[in-house]
Design a protein around this ligand. Structure first.
Ligand SMILES: Cc1cc2nc3c(=O)[nH]c(=O)nc-3n(C[C@H](O)[C@H](O)[C@H](O)COP(=O)(O)O)c2cc1C
Length: 285
């Protein structure tokens, strides 16, 4: 492993290790308005939800190379409000275009062709094309410094969320496969959440899982089963009972019972086919 300390690494490189290592990051397309009513739009990926109760978002806005403040920060300081528009694939290039340091008087809605939509609670406009828009009121700014790149953390109370109904499913739950969101990787790289890249993991929370130590030693030391496979087994909440195992022993040839490699391969296959109960039973044969 390469170990990197901020004090002995050029700032630019450390920045790239942060950017490229903490991925993927959601992108806030931040819309603000200045005192004179000029709109501003810029993307920020040092951004996340930091609390649900109360609902709070955080965006980190770094200083420009000359140490001056970016327009987004100036506007948030002046008006105490902003909108976070989530970026889906159709907004990838307008988002990138809006990151250009246009002169302060430039309205990036004009420059990108995106449509300003009035907000319900604040003056800053929303991006009409965005599927999710968070209207926010400034709660607090935590300044981390005034040198180039040093940031100001903007905490905003979420006043309301506007959501495209096409991405809301049953029981009022958002549908990740319909959202087509993008995320930021390092440098010029981005990722797109396609339906086939979405993973479903249902982990029982109320009932205690059997845990890794409950797995037989030969299984824990398997060269065939991965750490993921072992955790799928360890996440189950009860061991198979002896009667079930007896039935299964009758069905499997004795080779499987005596050859650990065959046994582990069968377990892996069952996990891949999402037959977790069967995988657990074979584990204890
Ligand atoms: C995808 C993406 C993510 C970005 N994330 C950040 C960020 O988290 N913090 C930051 O200060 N600048 C970030 N930037 C750069 C700003 O968008 C850029 O400095 C912009 O010109 C600021 O605009 P403003 O002066 O209108 O506020 C990002 C740029 C891109 C393309």
């Amino acid at each position: 492993m390469k170990t990197i300390y901020p004090d002995s690494t050029p700032k630019k490189d450390f920045h790239q290790f942060m950017l490229g290592g903490i991925v993927p990051r959601p992108i806030a397309l931040l819309s603000t308005i200045d005192k004179k009513g000029i709109n501003n739009l810029a993307p920020f990926s040092y951004f996340n939800a930091v609390s649900s109760i109360p609902p709070i978002l955080m965006v980190s806005i770094g200083r420009k190379a000359d140490g001056s403040k970016k327009d987004s920060l100036i506007n948030v300081e002046e008006t105490g409000e902003f909108v976070v528009n989530m970026v889906h694939h159709a907004l990838l290039h307008p988002m990138a275009l809006s990151s250009v340091a246009f002169p302060s008087k430039t309205d990036e809605f004009d420059m990108t062709g995106l449509t300003p939509l009035p907000s319900e609670n604040i003056k800053a406009m929303r991006v009409k094309e965005a599927k999710i828009q968070f209207e926010c009121r400034l709660r607090e700014i935590k300044n981390l410094g005034e040198q180039a790149g040093e940031g100001s953390l903007i905490f905003g109370d979420v006043l309301c969320i506007h959501i495209d109904e096409s991405i809301i499913g049953e029981n009022n739950r958002l549908l990740p496969d319909k959202m087509d969101m993008i995320g930021r990787l390092g440098r010029s790289y981005y990722t797109r959440i396609k339906p086939e890249s979405i993973l479903t993991v249902v982990q029982a929370q109320q009932v205690r899982p059997i845990g890794y130590p409950a797995l037989p030693v030969s299984i824990r030391n398997s060269q065939i089963l991965s750490a993921n496979d072992l955790s799928v087994l360890a996440a189950q909440t009860s061991l198979p009972d002896e009667k079930e195992l007896e039935e299964l022993r009758g069905r499997y040839a004795s080779r499987l019972l005596s050859d650990e490699n065959i046994k582990h391969t069968e377990i892996k296959k069952a996990i891949e086919e999402n037959k977790i109960e069967l995988a657990l039973k074979i584990t204890y044969l």
